[in-house]
Design a protein around this ligand. Structure first.
Ligand SMILES: NC(=O)c1ccc[n+]([C@@H]2O[C@H](COP(=O)([O-])OP(=O)(O)OC[C@H]3O[C@@H](n4cnc5c(N)ncnc54)[C@H](OP(=O)(O)O)[C@@H]3O)[C@@H](O)[C@H]2O)c1
Length: 259
């Protein structure tokens, strides 16, 4: 019987990346295509995906656009079917499309939470559904879910975002505990702050802010490795990991001091 450790994940020929038009997803798509991978790239920005595809003609692998809004469940199923039809299967998927909407507690709105749940959480679920069925048939596959270190514990102004990311971490743990039997490895990516169009909107200090190319390098390496969690930058991840295990009184005392 297969164990998680036995699943062959060092070779990947077809990788599907959502949220590939900018930021982390784009950087991973470029890094992988440069290494010879066929990248099926999804996002809503058709022009940006087409530009990436054009650039990739000079690389060892290719970027092939599959424009998609991941909040549209029917469209997600259709896209997965198209990728399989064109390439014979999907070896790895990186479910990365997501956003951050600041939700200060005093201005709490269900709408801000709903928007993030629809994209960050349900968008991933829409992709998981056809991917798990496909990879079960293939008898192998790797699915990485891009969550966040912000999913470790409740942080100020992130009640909506953090809730979606904590849910994704929990979901990945749950799926991984079962899907190894089918030859499917589930991974969770937990970045700290990465310099992308998303974080360029932030007006607060971002400790250990990482360059997007460096983040992509860590993700690509992690996708080839056997570990469940890909987290970075190392120091910030270690600090957040420590905070995760602090007792509540100490945790809130520290967070209130920084907020
Ligand atoms: N940057 C960080 O510091 C950081 C830290 C921790 C976790 N993360 C996570 O990493 C992921 C990527 O973040 P990023 O910083 O690279 O963000 P970003 O620069 O805003 O990029 C987000 C990507 O998601 C796509 N997207 C947004 N809505 C979509 C939808 N409905 N359907 C399909 N694609 C959609 C965007 O493309 P279109 O607009 O073209 O659709 C874009 O390609 C997110 O899940 C984020 O939560 C980021």
């Amino acid at each position: 019987m297969n164990s998680h450790q036995d699943i062959a994940i060092s070779h990947a020929s077809v990788v599907w990346i959502t949220g590939a038009s900018q930021g982390i997803g784009e950087a991973v798509a470029i890094a992988m295509a440069r290494q010879g991978v066929t990248v099926a790239a999804s996002a809503r920005n058709v022009d940006r995906l087409a530009e990436l595809a054009r650039q990739s003609t000079d690389w060892q692998g290719r970027v092939i656009p599959y424009p998609l809004d991941v909040t549209d469940q029917t469209a997600v199923h259709k896209t997965v079917n198209e990728i399989i039809e064109h390439h014979g299967g999907i070896d790895q998927a990186i479910l990365n499309a997501g956003t951050y909407i600041s939700t200060p507690a005093i201005e709490f709105t269900s709408d801000a939470v709903r928007q993030q749940v629809e994209l960050n959480l349900m968008g991933v679920c829409h992709c998981l559904e056809p991917l798990i069925a496909t990879m079960k048939k293939q008898g192998q596959g790797v699915i990485a879910i891009n969550a966040s270190l912000a999913g470790y514990r409740g942080l100020p102004k992130a009640a909506g975002y953090g809730a979606t990311k904590a849910a994704l971490i929990n979901m990945a743990e749950s799926l991984n505990s079962e899907l190894w039997k089918e030859g499917i490895a589930i991974k969770v990516i937990n970045p700290g702050f990465v310099k992308t169009p998303l974080t360029s909107k932030n007006r607060f200090p971002m400790p250990f802010l990482m360059a997007v190319d460096k983040a992509a390098e860590v993700i690509v390496k992690g996708m080839q490795g056997r570990q469940f969690e890909i987290r970075f930058p190392r120091m910030f991840a270690a600090i957040m990991g420590l905070l995760r295990h602090l007792p509540y009184p100490l945790y809130f005392w520290l967070v209130r001091k920084t907020g």
